[in-house]
Design a protein around this ligand. Structure first.
Ligand code: OSB
Ligand code: MG
Length: 427
């Protein structure tokens, strides 16, 4: 499971991954009876038609969880996370999802406020307008609403947890995951001093994390990367600029080629593919896109333009499982390594990330840390833990595979809103 720097750099730079096609057993969702083996990916369990579900209600909640320590990126610092949870109920079961939008529109234009509006006024009514047959059905209902991917993802996530619980399958099974544990790394925010940064690097390495990602911005970049690399010549090390530079910084950023980085994540504009392609052509180090990859179409364009050699998949940013699965499959077919990004999620969002990262194409460590790396107490039990080898186990229980601590969620709830189908709407 543990990956070595030289081998990974070789693989990434030569696109030498064998594109393995997943082979799994098709399941009849609600009876769970094995049907037939397929040698090619055709339909995943979540994409197959099952007994139509009548969603009886959608609930939106916000809870505020304090962070152990402030998290600083090139667009600012936060010391708590306003977590937006979504649940959907049908046939006496409730499924849970998370909307990963932040309070302010820095990482993306979506916020907790815009997502609540879009779910309340458009997406939840569409979800409850008729019985839901599968994930593809939901995705196609949402596709007429432009953008607002994090809002869409929140509901897709909740539906998938519900589907797993009702059919007694784990999320990983529903999407055709192949791993029983996933490799993880940690994303370290900008620190007040290099000493503090090095202290964090050493702490997470000693806890087993397989890859260290350093947030960078102008003035906190070449120097700290050089010094961390000098202290740790062989670790998997990457940087994430969250769009803090422009193509006019390319010559300056070229210095990053000296440090055998696994990747440089989103150096340029959040919406750009063209300048990233220019920059990638100048660099030995692989560029990884995060913010710029908003769906499968942008993924194809980025790969055709050679804007990057690695892709970070975040279920929220791309609009849910439907898009995340399509991006995974396209990248695997083109031998482009992918990894699972994080958005400082609560355990509910994290559980979905773990399931996603169990797909075969996720060959690089994800930003999936232990619950205790972020919060004093998580909203799921047991909390997510990282093994001394730097892995997280993929749960096997139904749905997200963790118990949702509704008492704790109730105690922390700031706002709660219930949305039900309007009378006569259900066909
Ligand atoms: O760019 O990957 C990012 C957190 C919030 C918003 C954007 C990003 C991040 C992280 C943290 O890097 C990843 C995590 O540990 O959840
Ligand atoms: Mg990023």
């Amino acid at each position: 499971m543990r990956v070595c720097l030289q081998q990974l750099l070789h693989n990434v730079n030569n696109a030498a991954y064998a594109a393995k096609r997943t082979c799994y057993t098709k399941l009849d969702l609600l009876s769970c009876a094995p049907m037939q083996h397929v040698s090619e990916v055709q339909a995943r369990p979540c994409e197959m038609k099952s007994i139509p579900l009548e969603i009886e209600r959608v609930e939106l909640r916000t809870i505020r969880l304090p962070l152990h320590e402030p998290f600083e990126t090139s667009f600012g610092s936060i010391d708590s996370r306003l977590i937006f949870l979504v649940s959907v109920t049908a046939q006496g079961q409730t499924g849970w999802g998370e909307v990963v939008a932040a309070e302010e529109p820095h990482y993306s234009y979506e916020t907790v406020g815009t997502a609540a509006h879009i779910i309340r006024d458009y997406l939840a009514p569409a979800l409850m307008s008729d019985r839901v047959t599968n994930l593809t059905d939901i995705a196609s209902r949402f596709s007429s609403f432009r953008g607002h991917n994090m809002a869409k993802a929140g509901l897709e996530l909740a539906y998938m947890d519900l589907l797993g619980r009702l059919s007694d399958q784990s999320l990983s099974q529903l999407i055709g995951g192949t791993r029983s544990s996933v490799a993880v790394g940690v994303s370290l925010g900008i620190q007040p001093s290099f000493e503090k940064l090095l202290d964090r690097v050493n702490r997470y390495l000693s806890l087993g994390y397989q890859r260290i990602k350093l947030k960078i911005k102008p003035g906190w970049d070449i120097g700290i990367v050089r010094d961390v690399r000098r202290c740790h010549p062989e670790i998997l090390l990457s940087v994430d600029a969250n769009s803090a530079y422009t193509i006019s910084d390319a010559e300056y950023l070229k210095q990053l080629d000296d440090f055998r980085l696994l990747m440089i994540e989103q150096p340029l504009d959040h919406d750009d593919l063209i300048d990233h392609a220019k920059f990638q052509s100048m660099m030995k180090t692989a560029i990884c896109l995060d913010e710029s990859i908003t769906g499968i179409q942008r993924t194809r364009q980025a790969l055709d333009l050679k804007s990057c050699r690695i892709i970070n998949i975040k279920i929220g940013r791309v609009g849910g499982y439907s898009q995340a699965l399509a991006i995974h499959d396209a990248c695997e077919a083109r031998k482009i390594p992918v990894w699972c990004g994080g958005m400082l999620e609560s355990g509910i969002g994290r559980a979905h990330n773990i399931a996603l990262a169990s797909l075969s194409g996720f060959t690089l460590p994800g930003d999936i840390s232990a619950s205790s790396r972020y919060f004093a107490r998580d909203v799921i039990t047991p909390e997510v833990t990282v093994s001394p080898e730097g892995t997280v186990d993929v749960p096997t229980g139904s749905g997200i595979g963790f118990e949702v601590d509704v008492d704790y969620i109730d105690a922390m709830t700031q706002t709660k809103e219930r949305i039900q189908p309007s009378i006569g709407r259900l066909k």
